[in-house]
Design a binder for this molecule. Structure first.
Ligand code: DGY
Length: 315
């Protein structure tokens, strides 16, 4: 298990013999393969790829893989199932915090919060208030498009009401009328959401069908004044095409908490661009949420090892 916040490690250490990767960095592939053998349970993060090779090394004793995340696209679920291993996740505990961060990104990119802060720190603010200093775009009253209407998408929609935004959404399946009503959002086709959104925010799960769902052709359909926001998974967007879109001003900007490859390579063109805000995958990073995730991840292991059950099982 990788070093994670409390209380999970203590909960597990009270009951079992725990092998923990003590450094805060992710263990290397070699270290994972060496340490996974002969364990009953594996607690991992989304930074560790748990594939056939790892499961083979683990051997027949492994009963549960508990990931300290809501997403589980880093785990070969089919292979785990074949071997009778339960895979568990941390449920929806991060939805509100991720929705908060989505709004932080919407506001930061449209109101130029990051460059304005830098401007003061770089001691460039000499002239006081100025009529054209850091002119941004309105958020209030604009159209917010949500791709994905799970708990996070819906939590973002609730926040958008306070900004008097018009909310439209696209999802694999249209929501029931009652949910749509609560969300205050109108269902539209992909073409419409691309064409009409001033802010397009991605809240879809990553899988083989959704990978690269935002590609060059989709970016070309967006307004050139629109902003793209992503707090889900980097692989949902073709990053090369996004860079092209930003360079050519097909869209006005992007605010990203997730990337195709993490950490973002230091030579990525995104780093040199002005019309982007970049965050290091911190959607769920509040003390309260991470501690709850740690508790659930540990409880998932205990639940499976002691009684074969937990409410947070990947089906
Ligand atoms: C998750 O849990 O899937 C988030 O991306 C990180 O907390």
């Amino acid at each position: 298990m990788r070093k994670i916040p409390e209380p999970g490690p203590t909960m597990l250490a009270r009951k079992y013999t725990v092998t923990m990767h003590r450094k805060s960095l992710s263990p290397s592939r070699k270290e994972i393969l060496r340490n996974v053998a002969n364990k009953d349970a594996l607690l991992c993060c989304l930074t560790e790829r748990i594939d056939k090779e790892v499961l083979e090394k683990a051997g027949p004793k492994l009963k549960v893989i508990s990931t300290l995340s809501t997403g589980y696209d880093h785990i070969d679920i089919q292979e785990a199932k074949k071997r009778g291993i339960s895979v568990t996740f941390t449920g929806e505990v991060l939805s509100e915090a991720t929705a908060d961060l989505t709004f932080a990104l919407i506001l930061a990119i449209s109101r130029k919060v990051v460059p304005a802060d830098k401007y003061i720190r770089q001691k460039k603010w000499r002239a006081g208030w100025s009529p054209d200093l850091f002119l941004g775009s309105n958020v209030y009253g604009k159209t917010l498009g949500l791709i994905g209407a799970g708990r996070i998408g819906r939590a973002v929609a609730r926040r958008a009401k306070g900004f008097n935004m018009e909310v439209i959404y696209h999802n694999r399946r249209r929501l029931e009328t009652k949910l749509e009503h609560e969300m205050g959002a109108k269902y539209v086709e992909m073409d419409t959401i691309l064409r009409e959104s001033d802010f397009l925010s991605i809240h879809a799960n990553l899988n083989t069908e959704s990978s690269y769902m935002i590609d060059e052709s989709k970016l070309k359909h967006m307004k050139n004044t629109a902003f793209l926001i992503n707090t889900s998974r980097g692989q949902l967007i073709d990053e090369k095409s996004l860079i092209k879109a930003l360079k050519n001003r097909w869209i006005a900007g992007a605010a990203l908490d997730v990337f195709e490859r993490e950490p973002l390579e230091t030579n990525s063109p995104l780093i040199r661009m002005e019309n982007v805000v970049l965050l290091p995958h911190i959607g769920s990073a509040t003390c309260q949420v991470r501690s709850k995730m740690s508790e659930i991840a540990a409880q998932n292991i205990i639940g499976i090892l002691e009684g074969g059950k937990t409410p947070f099982m990947v089906k």
